[in-house]
Structure formats: C-alpha cells, structure tokens
Design a protein around this ligand. Structure first.
Ligand SMILES: [Zn+2]
Length: 63
C-alpha cells in the first residue's frame, strides 16, 4: 500500500510528503528547512525566526 501522507512544514508552511522531512514533537520540518537550519549561524538574522517557530511547537505540545 502506498501511504504517502502530507505534512505541513512548520517553518516554510509548505506541504511535503512525510518522507521528505522529519517529525518533531507535534510538528514537521521539511528537509530543505532542516538543512537550512543546520547551516544557519547563531548570528544569522534567520536564527531567531527558527527558534521562535520551534518554541511554538513545544508550547503547543505542553499546553
Ligand atoms: Zn520547510
């Protein structure tokens, strides 16, 4: 059976197949965002955005 579920990436908001990313707690992170995040420097302007998005997932999960 071909069970390809679509997941909503919590960073870019794009719809991706489950195999194209990783599941984090209740969220999903697509491969391109995962790679981008890994390569994002702490000093990069995008870094706080990633942290903010990640925090939302954990807050949601703990609510
Ligand atoms: Zn993404």
């Amino acid at each position: 059976m071909n069970d390809i579920r679509e997941q909503h990436c919590m960073i870019c908001g794009e719809q991706k197949a489950e195999g194209e990313g990783i599941r984090i707690v209740s969220g999903f992170l697509c491969q391109s965002c995962e790679i981008e995040m890994v390569h994002t420097d702490v000093k990069d302007a995008k870094y706080p955005f990633f942290i903010h998005q990640m925090k939302q997932i954990f807050i949601e999960n703990n609510a």
